[in-house]
Design a protein around this ligand. Sequence first.
Ligand code: ADP
Ligand code: MG
Length: 240
Amino acid sequence: MRAPASDLPIVLAAVGVRAGTQDILRDVSLVFQPGAPTAILGPNGAGKSTLIRVAAGLLQPSLGSVTWGGLSAKSLQRRAIVFQRPVMLRRSVAGNLAFALAAAGCPRAHCAAAVERLLARVSLGALHDRPARRLSGGEQQRLALARALAREPEILFLDEPTNNLDPAATKAVEAIIRDADASGIKVVMATHDLGQARRLCGDVVFLANGAVVETAGAADFFSRPRTEKAAAFLRGDIVE
Ligand SMILES: Nc1ncnc2c1ncn2[C@@H]1O[C@H](COP(=O)(O)OP(=O)(O)O)[C@@H](O)[C@H]1O
Ligand SMILES: [Mg+2]
């Protein structure tokens, strides 16, 4: 049988993650399908980052299974992940991107043009030669997104991509996420910015205390949460 040419759907079946005696994720069963971005919502410590790492294949669950496009093997790996605090190489903006492109297997002859194309895509063309570590937080996050896009991912995982960014920088990052979505990339993003989830996402996974409390279409989740925990979270109450 020919292997399917897709990492989607991602299926988590009864996934558990333990660290010592603590259950970080408990009995998580979820499917990530092609389509509009999925928001992973929940209070601090709920397990959002851990869920992203498991779904991206970076962390092996202690219990249960994960498959990508029906396979547990990591052969395809059209996945990219942008962490909360991206780490930049001590190189120029263009140098960081060239490194990412080379790592993604971009042929040398195409690399310079690909750098320019990606920088334009995240509106950093003017900062081509700037040392990446001198960029503002928002610019670094845009460069991190460009590095992720250099992998030509089918799925883009984002962990709190606009944490600590001001509104203008947040808007610029959201524009890149919208553009990625419009180009057919499946976005899965942890955020605790409810407005952002509303603006960008088609469906929601609401986590609390390591467990999935609710999954729903975004419109339903925000207007008619089914659980008291989700309702409390949406009101801004403290949820554990
Ligand atoms: N490697 C680890 N070892 C021990 N505890 C961890 C580890 N990673 C995460 N945790 C704990 O698991 C819980 C969930 O963490 P995390 O997935 O980062 O949540 P979130 O991203 O929703 O804030 C937290 O209580 C955190 O302290
Ligand atoms: Mg987190």
